[in-house]
Design a protein around this ligand. Structure first.
Ligand SMILES: [Zn+2]
Ligand SMILES: [Zn+2]
Length: 242
């Protein structure tokens, strides 16, 4: 059976036996109610994707830029907020695909602040939205790619172009979270992304979307391949940094 269809049935079944309850306050109705969503604040300081030091607008510092192909990192909110952490984890591991909504609302709030208060217009160069791909085994198992759900939502909200068919993950790897050593993490990731559609990339600025960024190694590997195939600039946009 089509995994998406199976997913829908599963969600319907879940709703039937477990009516939606807010992850925060346990009130029935939504997975994250409006009240709880409103309490989550956006992140107002910026950091380098490589060394996590504060940099203007999250630009990659000159030292990290030698090895990191991401030009800038934007982080919408804080993983230390337990509601944010739970929402991301539930979306990822509990097969609840509706949960990308509250997360994209947070990104929307963040981008509004960035544009109006900080006068940084992320849309200026008409960037292409690209979700970090999952490998097919994980995709089949989960039924959806949470980053793609987020990117689709954002494309709808901001009337932007989203391309889920530009880059793919070629091999199944050990989940990064299971590898302790930084060196091993990098080796684990090297060469795992492949470009499928180069035409869309040439001369474009890319907003690379992921739910979470840890060391930044996955974003870097993606960015490397995207740039090698014609992308001009890569801005990583994530919900939170774990
Ligand atoms: Zn609530
Ligand atoms: Zn740095």
């Amino acid at each position: 059976m089509n995994t998406y269809y199976a997913q829908r049935i599963y969600n319907w079944f879940l709703d039937l036996i477990f009516p939606k309850r807010c992850i925060g306050c346990k009130k029935f109705g939504d997975y994250v109610c409006r009240g709880c969503l409103g309490t989550i604040s956006i992140k107002k300081n910026f950091e380098c994707v490589g060394c996590k030091r504060n940099t203007p607008f999250g630009q990659t510092c000159f030292l990290c830029a030698k090895t990191n192909s991401v030009d800038q990192l934007l982080i919408a909110t804080d993983y230390k907020n337990s509601l944010v952490e739970k929402t991301i984890k539930f979306l990822k591991y509990k097969f609840i695909s509706d949960l990308e909504r509250p997360l994209s609302v947070l990104i929307k709030k963040y981008l509004k602040w960035l544009t109006l208060d900080k006068k940084f217009n992320v849309f200026e160069a008409n960037p292409l939205l690209i979700p970090v791909p999952l490998n097919s085994r994980r995709l089949n198992w989960r039924g959806f790619n949470q980053s793609e759900l987020l990117a689709k939502d954002l494309a709808g909200i901001f009337q932007m172009e989203m391309a889920g068919d530009v880059i793919e993950r070629t091999v199944n790897i050990t989940p990064q979270a299971d590898i302790k050593e930084k060196e091993e993490r990098l080796k684990n990731l090297s060469g795992i992304f492949k470009i499928l559609n180069k035409d869309k990339l040439i001369g474009r600025e890319v907003l690379l979307i992921d739910d979470i960024c840890t060391t930044g190694a996955t974003l870097n590997e993606c960015a490397k391949v995207l740039k090698a195939n014609g992308a001009l600039k890569i801005i990583g946009l994530v919900v939170a940094r774990g």
